[in-house]
Ligand binder design. Structure first.
Ligand code: CU
Length: 478
């Protein structure tokens, strides 16, 4: 059964709060959320996907700094769910089910949550293959010092009409990672937009600095921004001459994007929900699981401004449109004119943390990210289940040196903590606080973390199929 407060009930509880800006008690914005199925339309076809339902018909959760996530989450699906509150570093172990021994939220059952929300652009998703079917939603906690300007959330997804089990079977049947050719690559879903794919043996593969690099090992049917492909994009009404904060979440399971704000002046102000020194770029890389808070400026003359998310090393793209009243909307192609490059480290190398970790010596754990024949992805040569967890003491400073020996990028995510990126291959620097860091093929990235909560904290690749086939271990803090 779905228990959701009506809009009236929600407004009544909101009205009982003191005025914004005054001190007010922590509150829960909604009593219950539910995870169920829903229908969406993709490229003119009906698709059944999951939805994480908050209040008032919204997907996901929206709160403010100081609020508690104090509610029940009900499983209205017929499958068990491993929940994950991605980026919620004030949640103790046991507040979601993504830890060793966490088990599944059974069909029909309710988990009660109670923790203080971590400010920033975060998200919630299942920690299983169901993530592919859009079991993912924004989990936004508006910062106390957030500027009083219009905000908009963009949730990116890679979409397939196939089930994730079918996708995994295709990947598992491929030997491309064992140095084979394009065996097993399924191109069936890629011809919908009229792009010329003939002669492309293995899309997304390129030589970079003498290294063979590969991206996009899953052939998706569509790329979605807030559930919509670019043929029928979301259009957001904006005011000419104003600033807007975009909170972008890469919920893609196997896809990294370049965010291209087109003609708009833009500045990154937070990554993975943690504030950074403002940094402007022409395009912003987003690996799987990462978030980007982007300030954009709508020019005084107004108009319609697409915000594109282009798949790395490919032409496919999705996005939304920001439009002032009366602006003419041109039809947008879901293919850019040229391939984008593979992700690289230049954006992260330019980022500087606002909340840097204090200088402190730490122990270093070395993690070799590898791939083996038969679509097996490993950490130090082991798949999850055969791995040796990293044992650590509560309060310890740990540095994780991540070395990628394979030809695919690995977006590495640590649960329960926002680490600091301190080296992306060009020497030590005061890099960004993040919870997902992209490690490029042949690349070495070091992150530092203060382990401030006891528990079992997964450390894994946020490419869903790399995680599912082994690339996961844990940091055991006691
Ligand atoms: Cu990976």
């Amino acid at each position: 059964m779905l228990i959701r407060p009506t809009r009236r009930q929600f407004l009544a509880s909101a009205a009982a709060l003191p005025l914004a800006g005054l001190a007010r008690p922590a509150r829960a914005a909604v009593a219950q959320m539910s995870i169920g199925t829903r229908q969406i339309e993709v490229l003119g076809r009906a698709a059944t996907v999951y939805g994480i339902n908050g209040y008032d018909g919204q997907l996901g959760f929206y709160g403010r700094a100081g609020d508690r996530f104090q509610l029940g989450i009900q499983n209205d699906t017929d499958k068990g769910i491993v929940t994950h509150w991605h980026g919620q570093v004030m949640a103790a172990e046991g507040q979601d089910r993504s830890y060793t021994g966490g088990g599944e939220l059974a069909p029909g059952a309710v988990d009660q949550m109670d923790f203080e929300l971590t400010p920033g652009t975060h998200w919630m998703h299942s920690h299983q293959l169901s993530e592919q079917m859009l079991m993912a939603a924004p989990m936004i906690c508006r910062e106390a010092d957030a500027e009083d300007i219009q905000e908009h959330v963009i949730m990116l997804h890679d979409f397939s009409f196939k089930t994730p089990e079918e996708i995994l079977a295709v990947l598992g049947g491929s030997d491309m990672h064992a140095g084979g050719a394009s065996g097993g690559m399924d191109m069936a879903g890629m011809d919908h937009s009229g792009g010329d794919m003939s002669g492309m043996a293995m899309p997304g593969t390129a030589m970079t600095d003498g290294m063979m690099v590969h991206a996009n090992d899953v052939a998706y049917d569509a790329y979605l921004a807030n559930d919509r492909a670019l043929a029928d994009p979301e259009v957001v009404q904006v005011e000419a001459g104003t600033k807007l904060r975009l909170r972008i979440i890469n919920g893609g399971t196997a896809t990294a994007f370049w965010i291209d704000p087109g003609l708009l002046a833009s500045t990154a102000i937070a990554v993975d929900g943690s504030p950074c020194q403002p940094l402007a770029a022409k395009a912003y890389p987003m690996a799987q699981g990462q978030r980007l808070d982007l300030l954009v400026e709508i020019p005084p003359e107004g108009g319609a401004f697409p915000i594109f998310a282009q798949v790395e090393a490919a032409r496919m793209r999705t996005g939304i449109v920001l439009a002032t009243a009366g602006a003419k909307l041109a039809r947008l192609s879901d293919m850019a004119e040229a391939d984008s490059p593979n992700l690289d480290t230049s954006f992260d190398a330019g980022l500087r943390a606002v909340n840097a970790l204090p200088e402190r010596a730490g122990r270093t754990a070395h993690l070799m990210l590898g791939e083996q024949p038969g679509y097996r992805f490993t950490i130090n040569g082991k798949v999850h289940g055969e791995d040796v967890p990293i044992a650590a003491k509560l309060g310890e400073r740990l540095e994780l040196m991540l070395m990628n020996t394979g030809m695919m990028m690995h977006p590495m995510h640590l649960h329960g903590h926002h680490f600091q990126v301190v080296d992306v291959g060009a020497g030590r620097f005061n890099g960004p606080r993040r919870d997902v860091v992209a490690v490029q093929p042949g690349g070495v990235v070091t992150v530092a973390v203060d382990l401030d909560k006891p528990g079992s904290w997964f450390l894994h690749c946020h490419h869903l199929y790399h995680m599912a086939t082994g690339m996961m271990t844990e940091v055991l803090v006691s």
